[in-house]
Design a protein around this ligand. Structure first.
Ligand code: AQP
Length: 332
C-alpha cells in the first residue's frame, strides 16, 4: 500500500472548512487503500507565540476532531509531532542543507512575517518549511495530501530530498503532492478571492467545524455573492458563487454542473439557503462526536501514544540511516 503523510497545526479551537475540504477529507478517504501517518504539528504551532495551556487543549481538540471526522486509529497512525523527537533532529540536518536564499523565497514566510512586522518573526517561522520537509521525508511517503497553499513547501521538500540523496546516498523517496483541484483552495466567504484562513479571514468569512451550526448557517446566508443573478461556476467573474458551489459540491457529492442545472432560474438566496441546511446537517453530528471524544481524554492520549510508537519506529530507522550517511558516530 502506498504510504501517505500529512499534518495539521493545533493553532485554533476548531478546524475550518478550508482545512477540512482542502486536506482532511482526503485523509479520511486515503485510509482505505494507503498506509497513512497523520500528525498534529505542535512544533510548527510554536513558530508563533502560543499560550501553553491553550496549546495543550487545542492539541487534544485536534485529535478529537480527526477521530470524529473518521480517522481510524486501526488504519492510520495518528500522533503528536513533539512526541516523535526525530522530526526536530532531521530538521537540523536539513537546515544545514538549505540555502539561506532558498528559504527566503518561501512565499508563506514572506506573507506571515510581513504581517508581524520587520524583524518580529521568529527564526522558527523562517525555518518552518524545513521542519515540514523533515516531517515528510522521515516517513518516505509516496503522497502528501495538502491544499494548494502548501505546493511550494512540497517542492522544497523534494529539492532537499534530492540534494541529500545525491550528496550522500539515496535515502529519501521524492514525495508527490496530492492536491485535489476542485477543493485545493476554499475561499473566504466575505472575500472570495482570498483563501479561507484562520489568521487572515474575518470571523464572518470562515466556517469553523465546531461553531454553533446556527452561526455557520448564518455565515453562509450572508456570504458575499457577485453582481448578476445567474448561478454558474466562474472563478474569475463570479468568485463568491463559485466558492459556494465548490463547498456545496464537496459536501453533497453532486457535480457542480448538476448544481448549475438545478438552480437555473433560481436566485442566490435559494442556493445559500440550501447550502446553509447542508452545512448544518454536516456539522451537527460532527460537533457532537467531537465533544463526546473530548470527554474521554484518557482514550485520546492513549490513541496518540500508540500512534507515536508506530510512527517513532519508522522515524527512528530513517534517522539512523541519515546520521550514518552524514558521518555521525553511532552510540554503541
Ligand atoms: N482555504 C483553504 N483551502 C484549502 N486547503 C486549505 N488548507 C488550509 N486552508 C485551506 C489546508 O489545510 C491543511 C492544514 O494546514 P495548516 O495546519 O498549515 O493550517 P493552516 O495553514 O495554519 O490553516 P490556515 O487557516 O491556512 O492558517 P493560517 O491562516 O495561519 O495560514 C493544509 O494541508 C492546508 O493546505
Amino acid at each position: 500500500r502506498p504510504r501517505v503523510l500529512s499534518g495539521i497545526q493545533p493553532t485554533a479551537d476548531s478546524f475550518h472548512f478550508g482545512n477540512y475540504l482542502g486536506a482532511l477529507r482526503q485523509w479520511v478517504d486515503l485510509q482505505r487503500d494507503h498506509e497513512p501517518f497523520f500528525f498534529i504539528a505542535d512544533l510548527h504551532a510554536i513558530t508563533v507565540e502560543q499560550d501553553p495551556k491553550v496549546l495543550r487543549e487545542r492539541t487534544l481538540r485536534a485529535a478529537a476532531q480527526l477521530l470524529a471526522m473518521g480517522i481510524d486509529p486501526a488504519r492510520s497512525s495518528i500522533f503528536v509531532q513533539s512526541q516523535v523527537p526525530e522530526h526536530a533532529q532531521l530538521a537540523w540536518v536539513l537546515n544545514c542543507l538549505t540555502g539561506f536564499g532558498e528559504a527566503r523565497r518561501m512565499t508563506q514566510f514572506k506573507d506571515k512575517s510581513a504581517k508581524q512586522g520587520e524583524g518580529a518573526a521568529s527564526v522558527g517561522l523562517f525555518t518552518y518549511p524545513i521542519l515540514q520537509a523533515a516531517d515528510i521525508l522521515l516517513y518516505r511517503p509516496h503522497f502528501v495530501p495538502v491544499g494548494e497553499d502548501q505546493r511550494q513547501h512540497l517542492e522544497l521538500t523534494r529539492d532537499l530530498a534530492q540534494r541529500f540523496n545525491s550528496r550522500y546516498k539515496k535515502t529519501f523517496r521524492l514525495p508527490e503532492p496530492y492536491i485535489l483541484k476542485a477543493t485545493a483552495k476554499i475561499c473566504d466567504l466575505q472575500e472570495p478571492t482570498a483563501k479561507m484562513s484562520k489568521s487572515a479571514s474575518s470571523p464572518s468569512g470562515i466556517i469553523e467545524m465546531l461553531d454553533d451550526p446556527k452561526v455557520s448557517a448564518k455565515k453562509i446566508r450572508s456570504a458575499v455573492t457577485d453582481s448578476g443573478s445567474e448561478i454558474r461556476f466562474d472563478a474569475e467573474e463570479k468568485p463568491g458563487v463559485s466558492n459556494l458551489l465548490t463547498i456545496f459540491s464537496a459536501l453533497s457529492g453532486e457535480p457542480i454542473s448538476a448544481l448549475e442545472e438545478q438552480y437555473v432560474g433560481k436566485g442566490y438566496g435559494a442556493l445559500k439557503g440550501d447550502l446553509a441546511d447542508l452545512v448544518v446537517t454536516f456539522v451537527t453530528p460532527f460537533r457532537e462526536r467531537t465533544l463526546e471524544l473530548l470527554d474521554d481524554q484518557a482514550h485520546l492520549t492513549a490513541v496518540l501514544q500508540q500512534g507515536a510508537e508506530t510512527a517513532g519506529a519508522v522515524a527512528e530507522a530513517t534517522l539512523r540511516d541519515v546520521y550514518q550517511r552524514v558521518g555521525f558516530v553511532a552510540p554503541t
